[in-house]
Write a protein that binds this ligand. Sequence first.
Ligand code: SF4
Length: 230
Amino acid sequence: MFMASNLQQTVALLREAGTGFAPSVLASSLGVEDMVLLDLIARENIPVGVFTLDTGRLPQETYDLLQLARARYRIPVAIYAPENGDVENYTAAHGPNGFYESVALRQECCGFRKVKPLKRALAGKRSWVTGLRRAQSAGRAEVPFKEWDAANNLHKFSPLAEWSDQDVWDYIRDHDVPVNALHAKGYPSIGCAPCSRAIAPGEDIRAGRWWWENPEFSECGLHPHAKAAS
Ligand code: SF4
């Protein structure tokens, strides 16, 4: 049975974002943390909108989960995509997999496929909610519950900051929350298909992202203060 002592605090933070700093949105990557938050928003009827970024390079399993979540929760999940011109210009100049060639080209790809659509999704909002947790990696060890996000000019809430891996998976199990099928295949963190892989037992859970780069560059720009962010 799920026993997280901080569940009430998590719900209170979601309510604070949704009512005290409205309009508020959950930026969902459809990872397990974001599925917990979506479930809580639906279960507690909290006025926080939900969106996801469709980079155009997501695994089929992620699209399957998005379809399932739409049916299960009946909450509109807004989908933000990169601009066609950006995709066409990049692929013409660097090819569809140019992001493997350098950190700069990888960051450029994340820039137009993720960061730019994120800015559109956050425009006009007073707060956003993320599934960041301190236990996810050393780079996230100091994630606060709430902070002023100067880069995006709004308040940022991370209500699961203190949740352990066990807390998350206990909640998923106890509430029968749907999750990405890739988790059962060794993927703890799932982003775009070409930039995510399964990890070995004992590896850092972020080791499956941009594994060909020095970890200090493992940043896509969505969470600039985290050293390794989704
Ligand atoms: S994770 Fe990979 S494919 Fe996705 S936007 Fe970043 S570089 Fe491009």
